[in-house]
Design a protein around this ligand. Structure first.
Ligand code: G3I
Length: 388
């Protein structure tokens, strides 16, 4: 009886192997082993010490395993992401701990911007971006790539270089291809073009790319991004289009046109840099926009959310509560919109927000305060993302 059972088991294994499922079930078994033994996937050395250059194959295997494991362990359907500054990550333990304990996705705050990744013509520097991507992979986090085509990220050598149209086209093509190919399999979603619309949405932004290439630069960038990574999810990203109005109409027309021409765009990113007074989005308004983007068959991400707390009414606690309500309502909306795949906030802690430098304030726009204590906004987001 016993030997019969063994015979059956051997027969089933032979069938599985001959059916070509061997890689599938070995991955499954490896996954189970890893899930029950975290030290197996956690590198002993500090991941930021790693120089990933030259170890792409090992790195992509590690990534594939990490992604498989990550999918199993995801606490929310929607990714909770944050922008990350590498210098703070390497120097402040509470920053790193807050990041790894509470977020599932990373967007490099600056490291992938064109001006940092290609600091000279044809000269690439991936040190900072590699460190961030390696860190994300080592900690089972996904990465949202950015900074490929953004007018503020154009390096001086390119801006001042007197290049012809065809040279600029060649430079942009090489840049997109080089950067995206490097992270293929490790970064699965990209902001391909950022902020191509003017502030009020009345036209395309009069920027370097428009002046040098013309309006086609947007479609070109998406086509090259698809060529560089056939599997990546490709986003158009902009600010000020969260609520119905001219900016949203401009964005809607832009992406509708791209879709009609067959441009390989997969989604729209809404930055959501908002406040508690004149830039306060409502659930109803944002929801209407999400529905229209969804109807085009596009995915949605909230890509850079922050809420300037000081713009609220009343004392600090009232501002924090109002801020929490706003964060919670946007997280709820994302959670209930099938096309919405991520909510990313623009920084781990109030201590390092870009807002302070711009507005000369000490604001509190994020989910963790300056001492890394979770704020009401954090609990509101966490509750929303856990509630189906
Ligand atoms: O790293 C250099 C440092 O070497 C140099 O000494 C110092 C001197 O100014 O500058 C440092 O770079 C700064 C960088 O942030 C890193 O701190 C740049 O000057 C500064 O311009 C840059 O600001 C970033 C800004 O984009 C412009 O690139 C902010 O951190 C970043 O939060 C902000 O993010 C943008 C998104 O990419 C797009 N959407 C809007 C959002 C807010 O503006």
């Amino acid at each position: 009886m016993r030997s019969r059972k063994w015979l059956w088991l051997v027969a089933v294994l032979v069938v599985l192997v001959s059916a070509g499922t061997y890689p599938l079930w070995t991955t499954w078994i490896t996954g189970i082993t890893q899930a029950t033994n975290t030290s197996a996937t956690t590198p002993q050395r500090h991941p930021l010490a790693a120089d990933s250059r030259g170890s792409a194959a090992a790195s992509s295997l590690a990534t594939a395993q990490a992604i498989a494991q990550t999918q199993k362990k995801r606490p929310y359907r929607v990714e909770l992401g944050t922008a990350v500054q590498l210098d703070v990550l390497t120097s402040e333990t509470p920053y790193r701990d807050t990041l790894t304990s509470h977020f599932t996705s990373i967007t490099p705050e600056n490291a992938l911007d064109f001006r940092w990744t290609e600091p000279g013509p044809g000269v690439y520097d991936f040190k900072a971006a590699d460190d961030l991507v390696d860190f994300a992979v080592a900690h089972n986090m996904t990465v949202f790539g950015n900074g490929l085509v953004w007018y503020q990220a154009v390096p001086d050598w390119l801006k001042n270089g007197q290049y012809t149209r065809s040279q600029v086209i060649a430079i942009l093509h090489d840049h997109i291809y080089t950067v995206m190919s490097r992270y293929r399999g490790r970064i699965d979603s990209w902001e391909v073009v950022n902020e191509a619309l003017s502030n009020d949405g009345s036209a395309l932004r009069d920027n370097f790319w428009l002046q040098k290439i013309g309006p086609d630069y947007i479609a070109m960038a998406f086509r090259w991004a698809r060529e560089a990574d056939p599997d990546a999810t490709l986003y158009y990203n902009d600010y000020g289009a969260e609520m119905p109005g001219p900016k949203f109409e401009a964005l809607y027309n832009l992406v509708t046109g791209l879709k009609k021409e067959g441009t390989p765009i997969s989604g729209v990113g809404f930055q959501m840099h908002v406040n508690l007074s004149y830039l306060k989005p409502t659930m109803q308004g944002v929801s209407a926009n999400f529905v229209r983007i969804n109807s085009l068959g596009l995915k949605i991400r909230i890509t850079e959310m922050d809420v300037r707390g000081l713009t609220g009414n009343g004392a600090t606690q009232q501002q924090l509560d109002e801020q929490a309500n706003l964060y919670g309502s946007m997280a709820t909306l994302c959670m209930h919109t099938k096309a919405c795949v991520a909510l990313t906030v623009w920084g781990v802690t109030d201590k390092y927000t870009w807002i302070d430098a711009l507005f000369h304030t000490e604001d509190r726009p994020l989910l963790f305060d300056r001492s890394y204590r979770p704020k009401p906004a954090f609990y509101a987001v966490r509750y929303a993302l856990k509630t189906p």
